[in-house]
Ligand binder design. Structure first.
Ligand code: 7TS
Length: 410
Protein backbone atom coordinates (compact mmCIF):
# COMPACT_ATOMS: atom_id res chain seq x y z
CA UNK A 1 0.00 0.00 0.00
CA UNK A 2 1.43 3.39 -0.93
CA UNK A 3 1.60 6.42 1.31
CA UNK A 4 -1.34 7.91 -0.55
CA UNK A 5 -3.69 5.06 0.20
CA UNK A 6 -2.57 4.95 3.83
CA UNK A 7 -4.41 8.24 4.07
CA UNK A 8 -7.56 6.42 2.95
CA UNK A 9 -8.24 8.99 0.31
CA UNK A 10 -10.89 6.81 -1.30
CA UNK A 11 -13.20 7.87 1.51
CA UNK A 12 -13.15 11.36 0.02
CA UNK A 13 -14.66 10.07 -3.24
CA UNK A 14 -18.09 8.66 -2.47
CA UNK A 15 -18.78 8.17 -6.19
CA UNK A 16 -16.25 5.31 -6.12
CA UNK A 17 -18.33 3.38 -3.58
CA UNK A 18 -20.92 2.52 -6.21
CA UNK A 19 -21.81 -0.91 -7.43
CA UNK A 20 -21.93 -1.00 -11.23
CA UNK A 21 -23.46 -4.07 -12.88
CA UNK A 22 -23.25 -5.92 -9.56
CA UNK A 23 -19.55 -5.19 -9.22
CA UNK A 24 -17.67 -2.55 -7.22
CA UNK A 25 -16.69 0.27 -9.58
CA UNK A 26 -13.09 0.39 -10.81
CA UNK A 27 -12.95 3.86 -12.37
CA UNK A 28 -10.11 3.78 -14.90
CA UNK A 29 -11.10 6.65 -17.20
CA UNK A 30 -9.12 9.36 -15.48
CA UNK A 31 -7.46 10.70 -18.63
CA UNK A 32 -10.95 11.71 -19.77
CA UNK A 33 -11.90 13.25 -16.43
CA UNK A 34 -11.18 12.61 -12.77
CA UNK A 35 -13.60 12.29 -9.87
CA UNK A 36 -13.97 15.12 -7.35
CA UNK A 37 -13.25 14.70 -3.62
CA UNK A 38 -15.79 15.90 -1.06
CA UNK A 39 -13.43 18.75 -0.11
CA UNK A 40 -13.81 20.21 -3.63
CA UNK A 41 -17.58 19.65 -3.70
CA UNK A 42 -17.94 21.32 -0.31
CA UNK A 43 -16.05 24.41 -1.49
CA UNK A 44 -18.22 24.57 -4.61
CA UNK A 45 -21.41 24.24 -2.59
CA UNK A 46 -20.25 26.60 0.11
CA UNK A 47 -19.48 29.28 -2.46
CA UNK A 48 -23.01 29.14 -3.87
CA UNK A 49 -24.62 28.85 -0.44
CA UNK A 50 -22.68 31.61 1.29
CA UNK A 51 -20.55 33.79 -0.96
CA UNK A 52 -22.15 33.90 -4.41
CA UNK A 53 -21.66 37.31 -6.06
CA UNK A 54 -20.01 38.67 -9.18
CA UNK A 55 -16.31 39.45 -9.01
CA UNK A 56 -14.28 42.64 -9.49
CA UNK A 57 -17.25 45.00 -9.37
CA UNK A 58 -19.22 45.05 -6.14
CA UNK A 59 -18.16 46.65 -2.89
CA UNK A 60 -20.61 44.70 -0.79
CA UNK A 61 -19.37 41.93 1.47
CA UNK A 62 -20.38 38.99 -0.71
CA UNK A 63 -18.75 40.57 -3.78
CA UNK A 64 -15.58 41.14 -1.82
CA UNK A 65 -15.59 37.55 -0.57
CA UNK A 66 -16.18 36.14 -4.04
CA UNK A 67 -13.42 38.32 -5.54
CA UNK A 68 -10.98 37.43 -2.78
CA UNK A 69 -11.66 33.69 -3.19
CA UNK A 70 -11.41 33.88 -6.99
CA UNK A 71 -8.09 35.72 -6.87
CA UNK A 72 -6.82 33.44 -4.08
CA UNK A 73 -7.37 30.53 -6.47
CA UNK A 74 -5.32 32.27 -9.11
CA UNK A 75 -2.50 32.51 -6.59
CA UNK A 76 -2.89 28.77 -5.82
CA UNK A 77 -2.70 27.99 -9.55
CA UNK A 78 0.38 30.21 -9.85
CA UNK A 79 2.12 28.38 -7.04
CA UNK A 80 1.06 24.98 -8.44
CA UNK A 81 2.88 25.61 -11.73
CA UNK A 82 5.47 27.97 -10.22
CA UNK A 83 4.72 30.92 -12.52
CA UNK A 84 6.56 34.10 -11.56
CA UNK A 85 3.42 36.16 -11.20
CA UNK A 86 -0.38 35.84 -11.13
CA UNK A 87 -0.34 38.16 -14.19
CA UNK A 88 0.77 35.08 -16.11
CA UNK A 89 -2.12 32.88 -14.93
CA UNK A 90 -5.26 33.20 -17.04
CA UNK A 91 -8.43 31.33 -16.18
CA UNK A 92 -9.89 29.56 -19.22
CA UNK A 93 -12.53 26.90 -19.84
CA UNK A 94 -9.77 24.29 -20.10
CA UNK A 95 -6.89 23.18 -22.26
CA UNK A 96 -8.86 23.49 -25.50
CA UNK A 97 -9.60 27.15 -24.83
CA UNK A 98 -6.02 27.75 -23.73
CA UNK A 99 -4.61 26.32 -26.95
CA UNK A 100 -7.12 28.30 -29.03
CA UNK A 101 -5.95 31.48 -27.30
CA UNK A 102 -2.34 30.60 -28.07
CA UNK A 103 -3.18 30.15 -31.75
CA UNK A 104 -4.95 33.51 -31.65
CA UNK A 105 -1.56 34.95 -30.70
CA UNK A 106 0.04 32.84 -33.44
CA UNK A 107 -2.37 34.45 -35.89
CA UNK A 108 -0.75 37.81 -35.07
CA UNK A 109 2.78 36.45 -35.48
CA UNK A 110 2.77 33.87 -38.29
CA UNK A 111 3.75 34.80 -41.82
CA UNK A 112 3.64 32.92 -45.09
CA UNK A 113 5.93 29.87 -45.18
CA UNK A 114 6.60 29.97 -41.45
CA UNK A 115 6.42 26.56 -39.77
CA UNK A 116 4.67 25.24 -36.69
CA UNK A 117 5.98 21.96 -35.27
CA UNK A 118 3.65 19.61 -33.43
CA UNK A 119 3.85 15.85 -32.89
CA UNK A 120 1.80 13.04 -34.33
CA UNK A 121 0.59 12.15 -30.82
CA UNK A 122 -1.22 15.45 -30.19
CA UNK A 123 -4.79 15.65 -28.97
CA UNK A 124 -7.09 17.31 -31.54
CA UNK A 125 -7.10 20.47 -29.42
CA UNK A 126 -3.39 20.81 -30.19
CA UNK A 127 -3.89 20.00 -33.87
CA UNK A 128 -7.03 21.62 -35.24
CA UNK A 129 -6.41 25.20 -33.98
CA UNK A 130 -2.92 25.04 -35.55
CA UNK A 131 -4.33 23.71 -38.82
CA UNK A 132 -6.69 26.67 -38.93
CA UNK A 133 -4.12 29.32 -38.10
CA UNK A 134 -1.58 27.86 -40.55
CA UNK A 135 -4.19 27.73 -43.31
CA UNK A 136 -5.15 31.39 -42.71
CA UNK A 137 -1.55 32.60 -42.73
CA UNK A 138 0.00 30.36 -45.40
CA UNK A 139 2.17 28.69 -42.76
CA UNK A 140 3.00 24.96 -42.66
CA UNK A 141 2.18 22.43 -39.98
CA UNK A 142 5.11 20.05 -39.57
CA UNK A 143 4.79 16.76 -37.67
CA UNK A 144 7.33 14.94 -35.53
CA UNK A 145 6.84 11.15 -35.54
CA UNK A 146 7.63 8.31 -33.16
CA UNK A 147 10.45 6.04 -32.20
CA UNK A 148 9.94 3.05 -29.88
CA UNK A 149 6.44 4.28 -29.06
CA UNK A 150 7.62 7.73 -27.95
CA UNK A 151 8.64 11.04 -29.52
CA UNK A 152 11.50 10.76 -32.00
CA UNK A 153 13.87 13.52 -30.85
CA UNK A 154 16.14 13.03 -33.88
CA UNK A 155 13.16 13.71 -36.13
CA UNK A 156 12.31 16.79 -34.06
CA UNK A 157 15.84 18.16 -34.27
CA UNK A 158 15.91 17.64 -38.03
CA UNK A 159 12.71 19.61 -38.48
CA UNK A 160 13.62 22.65 -36.41
CA UNK A 161 14.87 25.58 -38.46
CA UNK A 162 14.80 29.35 -38.67
CA UNK A 163 11.35 28.91 -40.26
CA UNK A 164 9.97 27.37 -37.07
CA UNK A 165 7.87 29.93 -35.18
CA UNK A 166 6.03 27.68 -32.72
CA UNK A 167 6.64 24.25 -31.24
CA UNK A 168 3.56 22.87 -29.49
CA UNK A 169 3.83 19.49 -27.78
CA UNK A 170 1.89 17.48 -25.22
CA UNK A 171 3.84 17.00 -21.99
CA UNK A 172 2.21 13.56 -21.58
CA UNK A 173 0.38 11.76 -24.38
CA UNK A 174 -3.24 10.83 -23.66
CA UNK A 175 -2.80 7.62 -25.69
CA UNK A 176 0.85 6.55 -25.58
CA UNK A 177 1.32 7.48 -21.93
CA UNK A 178 4.86 8.69 -22.60
CA UNK A 179 6.38 11.83 -21.08
CA UNK A 180 7.87 14.15 -23.66
CA UNK A 181 11.10 15.99 -22.76
CA UNK A 182 9.52 19.43 -23.04
CA UNK A 183 12.31 21.21 -21.17
CA UNK A 184 14.84 20.00 -23.71
CA UNK A 185 12.44 20.79 -26.57
CA UNK A 186 11.89 24.32 -25.21
CA UNK A 187 15.64 24.86 -25.26
CA UNK A 188 15.84 23.66 -28.89
CA UNK A 189 12.83 25.77 -29.88
CA UNK A 190 14.33 28.88 -28.31
CA UNK A 191 17.64 28.28 -30.10
CA UNK A 192 15.84 28.81 -33.41
CA UNK A 193 13.77 31.71 -32.04
CA UNK A 194 10.48 29.77 -31.80
CA UNK A 195 7.86 29.93 -29.04
CA UNK A 196 7.39 26.80 -26.93
CA UNK A 197 3.85 25.72 -26.07
CA UNK A 198 3.24 22.83 -23.67
CA UNK A 199 -0.11 21.03 -23.55
CA UNK A 200 -0.11 20.03 -19.91
CA UNK A 201 -3.62 18.50 -19.80
CA UNK A 202 -2.19 15.05 -18.95
CA UNK A 203 0.87 16.13 -16.98
CA UNK A 204 -0.29 18.81 -14.53
CA UNK A 205 -2.61 16.37 -12.69
CA UNK A 206 0.15 13.80 -12.23
CA UNK A 207 3.52 15.45 -11.60
CA UNK A 208 5.16 18.60 -10.25
CA UNK A 209 5.05 21.38 -12.82
CA UNK A 210 7.50 24.25 -12.83
CA UNK A 211 6.96 26.48 -15.86
CA UNK A 212 10.08 28.49 -15.05
CA UNK A 213 12.19 25.36 -14.99
CA UNK A 214 10.58 24.05 -18.18
CA UNK A 215 11.21 27.51 -19.65
CA UNK A 216 8.12 27.25 -21.83
CA UNK A 217 6.27 30.27 -23.21
CA UNK A 218 2.79 28.84 -22.73
CA UNK A 219 1.42 25.97 -20.64
CA UNK A 220 -2.19 24.78 -20.51
CA UNK A 221 -4.12 22.64 -18.05
CA UNK A 222 -7.72 21.51 -17.46
CA UNK A 223 -9.19 21.59 -13.94
CA UNK A 224 -11.49 18.61 -14.47
CA UNK A 225 -8.53 16.28 -15.07
CA UNK A 226 -7.06 17.16 -11.66
CA UNK A 227 -10.00 16.78 -9.24
CA UNK A 228 -11.59 20.14 -10.15
CA UNK A 229 -14.87 20.86 -11.89
CA UNK A 230 -15.44 21.00 -15.63
CA UNK A 231 -15.36 24.35 -17.43
CA UNK A 232 -12.26 25.73 -15.72
CA UNK A 233 -8.61 25.61 -16.68
CA UNK A 234 -5.46 27.66 -16.75
CA UNK A 235 -3.38 29.14 -19.53
CA UNK A 236 0.06 30.19 -18.37
CA UNK A 237 1.80 32.68 -20.63
CA UNK A 238 5.08 34.47 -20.17
CA UNK A 239 4.31 38.03 -19.07
CA UNK A 240 6.22 39.75 -21.89
CA UNK A 241 4.26 37.72 -24.45
CA UNK A 242 0.88 38.28 -22.80
CA UNK A 243 1.61 42.00 -22.82
CA UNK A 244 2.10 41.93 -26.61
CA UNK A 245 -0.83 39.60 -27.22
CA UNK A 246 -4.28 41.00 -28.03
CA UNK A 247 -7.26 39.84 -26.00
CA UNK A 248 -9.24 37.05 -27.61
CA UNK A 249 -12.62 38.07 -26.27
CA UNK A 250 -13.97 41.56 -25.71
CA UNK A 251 -16.60 42.98 -23.38
CA UNK A 252 -16.97 43.71 -19.69
CA UNK A 253 -14.23 43.12 -17.11
CA UNK A 254 -11.35 43.30 -19.60
CA UNK A 255 -11.45 47.04 -20.35
CA UNK A 256 -9.77 50.03 -18.81
CA UNK A 257 -11.90 52.67 -20.53
CA UNK A 258 -14.54 52.46 -23.24
CA UNK A 259 -14.97 55.46 -25.52
CA UNK A 260 -17.66 55.66 -28.18
CA UNK A 261 -15.38 54.36 -30.94
CA UNK A 262 -12.52 52.60 -29.20
CA UNK A 263 -11.43 51.13 -25.91
CA UNK A 264 -8.33 50.44 -23.88
CA UNK A 265 -7.60 47.20 -22.03
CA UNK A 266 -7.06 46.64 -18.38
CA UNK A 267 -3.99 44.97 -16.89
CA UNK A 268 -2.93 41.35 -16.96
CA UNK A 269 -4.39 38.88 -16.28
CA UNK A 270 -7.90 40.42 -16.47
CA UNK A 271 -7.28 41.73 -20.03
CA UNK A 272 -8.01 38.16 -21.17
CA UNK A 273 -11.00 37.43 -18.94
CA UNK A 274 -13.94 39.14 -20.64
CA UNK A 275 -17.36 38.78 -19.04
CA UNK A 276 -18.36 37.03 -15.84
CA UNK A 277 -15.86 34.23 -15.38
CA UNK A 278 -16.45 30.73 -14.02
CA UNK A 279 -16.09 32.00 -10.47
CA UNK A 280 -17.29 28.85 -8.71
CA UNK A 281 -15.15 26.69 -10.99
CA UNK A 282 -12.02 28.71 -10.28
CA UNK A 283 -12.61 28.61 -6.54
CA UNK A 284 -13.22 24.85 -6.63
CA UNK A 285 -10.09 24.39 -8.75
CA UNK A 286 -8.25 26.16 -5.93
CA UNK A 287 -9.63 23.53 -3.54
CA UNK A 288 -8.48 20.76 -5.89
CA UNK A 289 -5.01 22.30 -5.96
CA UNK A 290 -5.01 22.44 -2.15
CA UNK A 291 -5.97 18.76 -2.04
CA UNK A 292 -3.21 17.71 -4.45
CA UNK A 293 -0.64 19.94 -2.80
CA UNK A 294 -1.44 18.45 0.57
CA UNK A 295 -0.94 14.94 -0.83
CA UNK A 296 2.26 16.09 -2.54
CA UNK A 297 2.73 15.81 -6.28
CA UNK A 298 5.80 13.61 -5.81
CA UNK A 299 3.62 11.14 -3.89
CA UNK A 300 0.91 11.34 -6.57
CA UNK A 301 3.51 10.44 -9.18
CA UNK A 302 5.03 7.68 -7.04
CA UNK A 303 1.61 6.14 -6.43
CA UNK A 304 0.78 6.03 -10.13
CA UNK A 305 4.20 4.65 -10.92
CA UNK A 306 3.61 1.87 -8.43
CA UNK A 307 0.29 1.02 -10.09
CA UNK A 308 1.84 1.04 -13.57
CA UNK A 309 4.75 -1.12 -12.39
CA UNK A 310 2.18 -3.56 -11.07
CA UNK A 311 -0.29 -3.64 -13.95
CA UNK A 312 1.73 -3.06 -17.12
CA UNK A 313 3.63 -6.39 -17.01
CA UNK A 314 0.36 -8.20 -16.28
CA UNK A 315 -1.26 -6.61 -19.32
CA UNK A 316 1.77 -7.28 -21.51
CA UNK A 317 1.61 -10.94 -20.48
CA UNK A 318 -1.92 -11.37 -21.89
CA UNK A 319 -1.67 -13.24 -25.16
CA UNK A 320 -3.04 -11.15 -28.06
CA UNK A 321 -3.00 -7.88 -26.12
CA UNK A 322 -1.03 -4.97 -27.61
CA UNK A 323 -0.05 -2.04 -25.38
CA UNK A 324 0.71 1.18 -27.29
CA UNK A 325 3.49 3.58 -26.37
CA UNK A 326 6.74 2.72 -24.61
CA UNK A 327 6.89 -0.84 -23.29
CA UNK A 328 9.18 -0.07 -20.34
CA UNK A 329 7.49 0.63 -17.02
CA UNK A 330 9.94 3.48 -16.36
CA UNK A 331 8.74 5.34 -19.46
CA UNK A 332 5.02 4.73 -19.12
CA UNK A 333 2.67 6.94 -17.08
CA UNK A 334 -0.74 5.82 -15.86
CA UNK A 335 -2.31 6.07 -19.32
CA UNK A 336 -2.37 2.63 -20.93
CA UNK A 337 -4.00 2.24 -24.35
CA UNK A 338 -4.38 -1.29 -25.68
CA UNK A 339 -6.14 -3.57 -28.13
CA UNK A 340 -7.09 -7.22 -27.97
CA UNK A 341 -6.55 -9.19 -31.18
CA UNK A 342 -9.73 -9.62 -33.17
CA UNK A 343 -11.91 -7.59 -30.81
CA UNK A 344 -13.32 -4.14 -31.35
CA UNK A 345 -12.25 -1.83 -28.49
CA UNK A 346 -15.87 -0.70 -28.03
CA UNK A 347 -16.85 -4.32 -27.40
CA UNK A 348 -13.95 -4.63 -24.97
CA UNK A 349 -15.00 -1.46 -23.11
CA UNK A 350 -18.62 -2.64 -22.97
CA UNK A 351 -17.58 -6.06 -21.69
CA UNK A 352 -15.35 -4.44 -19.06
CA UNK A 353 -18.26 -2.26 -17.96
CA UNK A 354 -20.25 -5.44 -17.25
CA UNK A 355 -17.48 -6.22 -14.77
CA UNK A 356 -17.65 -2.74 -13.21
CA UNK A 357 -14.45 -1.56 -14.93
CA UNK A 358 -14.76 1.87 -16.57
CA UNK A 359 -12.32 2.42 -19.45
CA UNK A 360 -12.57 4.53 -22.59
CA UNK A 361 -12.54 3.22 -26.14
CA UNK A 362 -12.29 5.16 -29.38
CA UNK A 363 -9.81 7.42 -31.14
CA UNK A 364 -9.19 9.45 -27.96
CA UNK A 365 -9.34 12.70 -29.93
CA UNK A 366 -6.00 11.75 -31.49
CA UNK A 367 -6.98 10.58 -34.97
CA UNK A 368 -3.63 11.43 -36.64
CA UNK A 369 -1.90 9.19 -34.07
CA UNK A 370 -4.47 6.40 -34.35
CA UNK A 371 -4.05 6.42 -38.17
CA UNK A 372 -0.27 6.51 -37.81
CA UNK A 373 -0.44 3.43 -35.56
CA UNK A 374 -2.45 1.71 -38.31
CA UNK A 375 -5.49 1.08 -36.11
CA UNK A 376 -9.04 2.44 -36.00
CA UNK A 377 -9.35 2.83 -32.26
CA UNK A 378 -8.08 1.51 -28.95
CA UNK A 379 -9.26 0.83 -25.42
CA UNK A 380 -7.59 2.84 -22.68
CA UNK A 381 -7.24 2.44 -18.93
CA UNK A 382 -5.97 5.49 -17.05
CA UNK A 383 -5.15 5.69 -13.36
CA UNK A 384 -5.24 8.31 -10.63
CA UNK A 385 -4.62 8.85 -6.94
CA UNK A 386 -7.59 6.82 -5.69
CA UNK A 387 -6.94 3.73 -7.81
CA UNK A 388 -5.65 0.62 -6.11
CA UNK A 389 -3.95 -2.64 -6.99
CA UNK A 390 -7.41 -4.23 -6.63
CA UNK A 391 -8.55 -1.97 -9.50
CA UNK A 392 -5.56 -3.21 -11.51
CA UNK A 393 -6.46 -6.84 -10.74
CA UNK A 394 -10.08 -6.22 -11.74
CA UNK A 395 -8.93 -4.75 -15.04
CA UNK A 396 -6.65 -7.68 -15.82
CA UNK A 397 -9.22 -10.28 -14.77
CA UNK A 398 -11.99 -8.56 -16.74
CA UNK A 399 -9.81 -8.45 -19.87
CA UNK A 400 -8.98 -12.15 -19.57
CA UNK A 401 -12.66 -12.97 -19.01
CA UNK A 402 -13.65 -10.85 -22.04
CA UNK A 403 -11.06 -12.57 -24.18
CA UNK A 404 -12.22 -16.02 -23.12
CA UNK A 405 -15.87 -15.08 -23.64
CA UNK A 406 -15.35 -13.80 -27.19
CA UNK A 407 -12.94 -16.60 -28.13
CA UNK A 408 -15.54 -19.09 -27.00
CA UNK A 409 -18.37 -17.55 -28.96
CA UNK A 410 -16.75 -16.18 -32.12
N1 7TS B 1 -4.71 17.75 -24.52
C1 7TS B 1 -4.61 16.49 -24.08
C2 7TS B 1 -3.27 15.82 -24.07
C3 7TS B 1 -5.76 15.83 -23.62
O1 7TS B 1 -5.66 14.60 -23.17
C4 7TS B 1 -7.00 16.52 -23.63
C5 7TS B 1 -8.29 15.83 -23.22
C6 7TS B 1 -7.04 17.84 -24.08
C7 7TS B 1 -5.86 18.41 -24.53
C8 7TS B 1 -8.29 18.64 -24.09
O2 7TS B 1 -8.69 18.93 -22.80
P1 7TS B 1 -10.09 19.62 -22.51
O3 7TS B 1 -10.20 19.61 -21.03
O4 7TS B 1 -10.05 21.00 -23.09
O5 7TS B 1 -11.14 18.77 -23.18
N2 7TS B 1 -8.24 14.45 -23.33
C9 7TS B 1 -9.30 13.62 -23.22
C10 7TS B 1 -9.13 12.22 -23.31
O6 7TS B 1 -8.07 11.67 -23.49
N3 7TS B 1 -10.33 11.65 -23.16
O7 7TS B 1 -11.24 12.59 -23.00
C11 7TS B 1 -10.61 13.83 -23.02
Amino acid sequence: MTALLDKKIRQDFSILEQIINDEPLAYLDNAATTQKPKQVLEVLNNYYEKDNANVHRGVHTLAERATAAYEASREKARAFINAKSTKEVLFTRGTTTGLNWVTHFADEVLEEDDEVIISIMEHHSNVVPWQEVCRKNGAHLVYVYLKDGALDMTDLRSKLSSKTKFVSIAHVSNVLGCVNPVKEIAELAHEVGAYMVVDGAQSAPHMTIDVQELDCDFFTLSGHKMLGPTGIGVLYGREEILNQMSPVEFGGEMIDFVHEQKSTWTDLPWKFEAGTPNIAGAIALGAAIDYLTELGMDKVQAHEHELVSYVLPKLQAIDGLTVYGPQEVSKHTGVIAFNLDGLHPHDVATALDYEGVAVRAGHHCAQPLISHLGIHSAARASFYIYNTKEDCDKLVEAIIKTKEFFNGTL
